[in-house]
Design a protein around this ligand. Structure first.
Ligand code: A2P
Length: 318
């Protein structure tokens, strides 16, 4: 039987490669068993070293760990999917992934691994006027190649990230192997009740990224320090009522909705704090009050950041 995804995972986006091995080792020591990696994060070699060190120290076995990685946009053509998966496996030092996901529903022109890795968004960053180059690859072809990875045993499950409801309906019409997981941004300012309900109706489990809201985006100028959900009175009231921190309340709200959450912290104290969100429950009234903070506020939107950073307007959400 396939193991279940641990509901609290450890997010690896933006963890500097030089900090990654020690951070992953410390996270496994703290009790994390689920790691959310991606080729695009540019740190899979170091993540793999942290995993290997933890296994060598007897802190966990490979089977006790859940490792997710993601297919980058430039590898959507069916002939490149297995290649990209193998690169992530090699970098992570693993012989299978628990979950492999399409990172964005955005196909970009192929960049050979030997040329540049991770390839990121721009086709030729050294050009006088670098551009994003869309590739003519339909998502159903990419999914077909993802299914073959399950057949071949390189990955146990496959899923999608950053899909909207229409793309999920479409995927459910053509898939041979159904997506096990949908990973999307979700926090109290972006509750996405319809998307969550649809995923549940199709039997697709959801992972919420950026579960604490704006925090990850302040340092990269995509949110202001005043955008935090952690000072919302209903969050603070629940924190006081349960003798927990506001971050623990927001993460508890996430898992109590039935989602997995993947907070990240390089601080050993906050790492442990974020894991300690079981053993208490929010009341229906507290859940509803946090649900009501929804503003439809998305911090991670290619329609915004691709235009700002790469001069290409490429929205995927309406
Ligand atoms: P740090 O690494 O210094 O702890 P997200 O997981 O939603 O993307 O947020 C990650 C950001 O939130 C990081 O800047 C991290 O900083 C910070 N963070 C993580 N956990 C907590 C927490 N429990 N309380 C406050 N800030 C946190």
């Amino acid at each position: 039987m396939l193991k279940d995804m641990p509901p609290i995972g450890f997010g690896l986006w933006k963890i500097a490669p030089e900090d990654c091995e020690a951070t992953v080792l410390e996270a496994i020591r703290a009790g994390y068993r689920h790691f959310d990696s991606a080729a695009d994060y540019g740190n899979e070699v170091e993540v793999g070293r942290g995993i290997a060190a933890a296994i060598a120290q007897g802190l966990a076995t490979r089977e006790e760990l859940w490792i997710t990685s993601k297919l980058w946009n430039t590898f959507h053509a069916p002939e490149h999917v297995a290649l990209a998966c193998q690169k992530s496996l090699d970098d992570l030092g693993l012989d299978y992934l628990d979950l492999f996901m399409i990172h964005f529903p955005i196909a970009l022109e192929y960049v050979p691994i030997e040329e540049r890795y991770p390839p990121e968004w721009l086709h030729d960053p050294a050009a006088a006027e670098p551009v994003m180059k869309p590739a003519r690859v339909p998502l159903h072809e990419t999914w077909g190649a993802m299914e073959k990875l399950v057949d071949g045993g390189q990955v146990r499950r496959i899923g999608v990230c950053n899909y909207n409801t229409a793309l999920i309906h479409d995927l459910m019409r053509y898939c041979r192997i159904a997506p096990a997981e949908l990973q999307v941004e979700s926090h109290p300012y972006l509750v996405q009740p319809g998307l969550m309900r649809l995923a549940r109706d199709y039997g697709i489990h959801v992972t919420a990224f950026s579960p604490l809201g704006s925090l990850s985006y302040v340092e990269i100028g995509m949110a202001g320090s005043g955008d935090t959900v952690l000072t919302e009175p209903v969050v603070v009231a629940a924190a006081n009522a349960h003798a927990k921190t506001p971050a623990q309340i927001v993460l508890r709200w996430g898992i109590q909705r039935g989602n997995a959450v993947i907070p990240k912290s390089t601080n050993p104290g906050r790492m442990r704090e974020n894991l300690a969100v079981t053993g208490f429950s929010l009341s229906d009234a507290e859940m509803a009050a946090i649900d009501a903070l929804d503003q439809g506020r998305r911090f991670n939107d290619p329609g915004v950041f691709c235009e700002g950073a790469f001069g290409t307007f490429h929205p995927i959400y309406d």
